[in-house]
Ligand binder design. Structure first.
Ligand code: FDA
Length: 298
């Protein structure tokens, strides 16, 4: 990313919410469950699976955590009613982790009890231990429809992968900016960690969701899965809604399973900022939009 682009990305939080919403529209199914249902039906028709995320990580009361839990139960009803090929992704902070880990566990159980697969997203490093611990606790108690996420950017991740034999793990690079003592910062180091971790997960017999839009990583993952003679039902690729659609189409055409992460909900702002901060084109959009408002007759 150029210096100009990174400078603009740093000021994104100062951009009016209306502009952020407009720029982030491709990354979000919409603000209602109906929007998410329609999006997932479209994806399914195109041969893609989905995981549905109710936006809402910024909560400050148990009531809000319960409201998110209820929203997930409605999503699960919708998946059943519409016969959608989809599961759900949850954030433990949205279920109340930072208020009371017991509350988050109860809410997670309420969602997982329905039987549909539930992926526990991984948030910033202050939550890694608690997230892995809760995942292990429920898995050890016999909850088999749960999966977790590992972030290649964290130095601990390869070791975490080795301790997760047999699990269902989404592997991503990691979106949160973490201190250098605990995280790789350099692009090549993160890629190398990703590939080492992927191999460790497969060594441990894990089902892996290969969550990346990085063509180099996808290519290397394809080489690994050919070498290991994995069948299409033994892994899946995962991408975010609105990112690298053509690359996703190619994976589907090649016979891979591809799951698209479909966020929806009223609380779209934080998610939108994260996605825009990753988009190399965003600086140009922001500059154009800002100029457009300053020079309306342009
Ligand atoms: P990288 O960032 O190098 O991008 C590769 C290519 O894709 C680049 O060319 C880039 O331009 C393009 N690209 C990536 N993001 C883009 C965007 N927003 N808009 C336009 N182009 C874009 N993180 C986390 O910490 N916890 C989690 O639980 C999850 N969950 C998750 C689920 C799924 C399904 C995916 C795909 C990703 C996540 N992530 C995540 C996010 C992940 O950690 C990471 O930040 C992004 O996927 C971007 O990293 P890539 O591996 O795609 O590589």
């Amino acid at each position: 990313m150029s210096l100009l682009n990174s400078a603009i990305v740093r000021v994104l939080p100062a951009i009016p919410r209306g502009v952020v919403r407009q720029l982030a529209a491709p990354y979000i199914a919409g603000s209602t469950l109906a929007d998410a249902r329609a999006e997932v039906a479209r994806l399914n028709a195109a041969g893609k699976l989905a995981t549905i995320d109710v936006l809402g990580e910024e909560i400050s009361s148990p009531e809000e955590a319960q409201a998110i839990t209820r929203a997930y139960l409605e999503v699960l009803d919708a998946i059943d009613e519409d016969g959608l090929d989809a599961n759900v992704s949850v954030k433990l902070t949205g279920l109340g982790l930072n208020l009371d880990p017991g509350l988050a566990r109860d809410n997670l159980e309420a969602i997982a009890t329905r039987g549909t697969f539930v992926r526990i997203d991984m948030e910033d490093s202050s939550t890694t231990d608690a997230t892995l611990a809760l995942y292990r606790e429920l898995r050890d108690a016999g909850r088999t429809n749960l999966g977790v996420v590992l972030q290649a950017a964290l130095r601990r991740t390869e070791a975490d992968a080795r301790a997760l034999a047999g699990a269902n793990v989404r592997l991503c690079k990691g979106i949160y900016v973490e201190p250098a003592e605990i995280a790789f910062r350099n692009f090549e180091e993160i890629q190398a960690s990703y590939l080492r971790t992927l191999a460790a997960l497969w060594d441990g017999g894990c089902y892996v969701g290969i969550a990346t839009h990085d063509e180099q990583l996808i290519h290397q993952a394809e080489l690994q899965l050919i070498e290991r003679e994995l069948k299409p039902e033994e892994y899946e690729f995962q991408m975010l809604l609105g990112v690298r659609g053509a690359l996703g189409d190619r994976l589907v055409a090649e016979g891979h399973r591809l799951r698209i992460y479909v966020p929806f909900g009223q609380q779209w702002y934080e998610y939108s900022l994260r996605r825009l901060q990753e988009n190399p084109k965003v600086a140009g959009y922001v500059a154009r939009d800002t100029l457009g408002r300053i020079l309306p007759g342009r």
